[in-house]
Design a protein around this ligand. Sequence first.
Ligand code: HPA
Length: 276
Amino acid sequence: MSEVYDKLLACYESCRKRTDFQPKVALILGSGLGALADEIDIVTTIPYSEIEGFPQSTVAGHKGRFVFGYIGQVPVVIMQGRVHYYEGYPMTDVVLPTRLMGMLGAKILFLTNAAGGINAGFKPGTLMLIRDQISTFVPSPLLGKNIDELGARFPDMSEIYRKDLQEILEKKAEELQIPLEKGVYIQFTGPAYESPAEVKMAGLLGADACGMSTACEAIVANHMGMRVCGISCITNMASGITGEPLSHQEVQETADRVAKQFKQLVKAGIEAFADI
Ligand code: HPA
């Protein structure tokens, strides 16, 4: 067995000592969405600091805990605060929480994030359903000895973001009259925002939005057979698109401004996953 898998099993045991809860959906909350976890029907919580070996998030404003509970009838595990590669963890630690949620029983992974808009048709506040991703600029979380217990050495990535889940989310957005764009997400390492030339490159490669998370999590989830969906909140236009400098403050302000709609859509989508 690999060290990575041993660590994962130790974290799994540590969680199972606390709860036997069986989630169906795993939800990772991006910037501005953290409060969603406080608004659900909570069964129990586990602070990351109480899970041995678990990577701790260092970003201010990111709470670090798993919240177990129900959204409608659907049992969920929510990551209130995620770990980013730019914090300095090895990629296998960054994706450990995602794998752990899969091992705890989650069949569906719902990813959310804040992202910079590359597509000129977007504005700060646009919500973008992720239809595909580019992860080529960050190390693959699957490098190293394959964890056969989780999935195949050469996993297929032809439909990381499942079309059936996308259709459900699009239908819910329409019902709720929440505008929802669609696009390709590209992950960079951060922590610096991109240069204008990098954003131009990403656009030429087919990306509509850029960020510092998500794609690596989607890869390990797909590797272990979880069905993945994701929505980005475009908090700012990416570097060079408007000529304005970027700031973390703008990212937070926009994320807070659209949080209500974003939370409504995520909750409605998860409730609709009850039937699949
Ligand atoms: N680039 C990368 N990550 C981001 C951005 C951005 O412009 N906005 C929010 N997260």
